[in-house]
Ligand binder design. Structure first.
Ligand code: CAA
Length: 383
């Protein structure tokens, strides 16, 4: 952790998360990855520790903490297991956050206590098989009836999709209005109109589900809408601003885990009669890994601080995600290089970190989308 001073409470959160990760998460991470076992049993435990709704106020059953505390705890879990980390991150950033920010009092009371307490799990659904980076071109339609909406269409790339009890869904209510014809809903996943169509077989984060979901005449009451009709695109974008802090943190956690493995290995492995850590070539590599890792963490904490201060942090969360994700790919590549052939095998955890790192450049907005968000803000700011 950097020089940024943590409060006593944040220190305690960090220690709690570190201890939980070491006891319950890390020991099973490799097995869960190789067997594609989703650690559902951890959701309730994370709920009991207050990790599933960290920024949800206590009156709705959450921990009532700030975003910096969330980042600190999430990094510890992601360093142990990136899959467990994203299960936690999606529930916090993409599900609890929009319900808290845009939901009605009734929706908050109905959903947040169970989501924050780890009794229910949430997922977020925006992308479609043919609409990822450009979600405004979505085709899933929610047709308004007298006192309900009927949803039809297909959604894709839904983390937690197979296990979730609750979905925050973004769907078109009036396609003729473009961005302004998109709305947000809370969907109970046991609605008979919701069908899990396909589970993806992935390169990394194998201990999570990534689902395609179909909606077939899925009827929901009008009261399932979050905010007003037409608010959905802005709700999605605001939600993703926060989500990107979570993915940046995941990337920091993955990079840190790979970096520490590489440093330890370099101090044990001998070549030419010396430990390989004594070679300047490796020292320079490790110095660069440490520097990029620290820069990623600082960018992520900066975005979190700005969120806590209710500032506009779109650019900063995009910068944090972009830089941390590319750092995670770079650091994990170097970590394998330092391990040599052993790093390329499943006998060492760096190959898992390498595979897990890649998704951070893709989900919740690709690196190219982050560059678009950053560039647009820069062009607006500098006159
Ligand atoms: N906050 C609030 N409002 C915002 C906003 C933000 N960050 N960004 C844009 N908006 C508003 C704009 O102000 C505009 O509003 P008005 O029409 O009232 O002026 C409206 O939204 C449209 O904005 P743009 O014209 O900028 O929209 P665009 O179509 O050009 O798209 C984009 C911009 C940044 C490229 C956006 O489409 C985007 O972020 N794409 C990537 C989507 C993404 O991240 N998908 C990941 C899915 S989640 C996931 O990965 C699954 C999972 O489970 C982890």
């Amino acid at each position: 952790m950097s020089i940024i001073t943590l409060t006593e409470e944040q220190d305690l959160i960090k220690m709690t998360a570190k201890d939980f990760a070491a006891r319950e998460v890390r020991p099973k991470a490799a097995e869960n990855d190789s067997e594609g076992k989703i650690p559902n049993w951890l959701v309730e435990k994370m709920g009991e520790l207050g990790f599933m709704g960290m920024m949800v106020p206590e009156e709705y059953g959450g921990s009532g903490l700030d975003c910096v505390s969330y980042v600190i705890a999430l990094e510890e879990l992601c360093a142990a297991c990136a899959s467990t980390g994203i299960i936690m991150s999606v529930n916090n950033s993409l599900v609890c956050a929009p319900i808290l920010a845009f939901g009605s009092e009734k929706q908050k009371q109905a959903y947040l206590p169970d989501l924050a307490g780890g009794k229910k799990l949430g997922c977020f659904s925006l992308s479609e098989p043919d609409a990822g980076s450009d979600p405004a071109s979505m085709r899933t339609i929610a047709l308004r009836k007298t006192d309900s909406y009927v949803i039809n269409g297909a959604k894709a790339w839904i983390t937690n999709g197979a296990e979730a009890d609750v979905m925050v869904l973004i769907a078109a209510t009036d396609p003729s209005k473009g961005h302004h014809g998109i709305s947000a809903f809370i969907i109970d996943m046991d609605n008979p109109g919701v069908k899990i169509a396909k589970l993806e077989h992935k390169l990394g984060i194998k201990a999570t589900s990534t689902a395609q979901v179909y909606f077939e005449d899925c009827k929901v009451p009008k009261s399932a809408m979050i905010g007003q009709e037409g608010d959905g695109f802005k709700i999605a974008m605001t939600t993703l601003d926060g989500g990107r802090i979570g993915v940046a943190t995941q990337a920091v956690g993955i990079a840190r885990a790979a970096f520490e493995e590489a440093v330890r290995y370099s101090k044990e492995r001998q070549a030419f009669g010396r430990t390989i850590s004594s070679f300047q070539g490796l020292q320079f590599m490790m110095a660069d890994m440490a520097t990029r890792l620290e820069a990623s963490r600082l960018l992520t904490l900066q975005a979190a601080v700005m969120k806590d201060k209710h500032m506009n942090y779109s650019k900063e969360s995009a910068m944090a995600k972009l830089y941390a994700a590319e750092t995670a790919m770079w650091v994990t590549t170097k970590a394998i290089q330092i391990h040599g052939g052993y790093g390329y095998t499943v006998d060492y955890p760096v190959e898992r970190h390498f595979r897990d790192a890649k998704i951070t450049e893709i989900y919740e907005g690709t690196s190219e989308i982050q560059r678009i968000v950053i560039a647009r803000e820069i062009l607006r700011e500098i006159v």
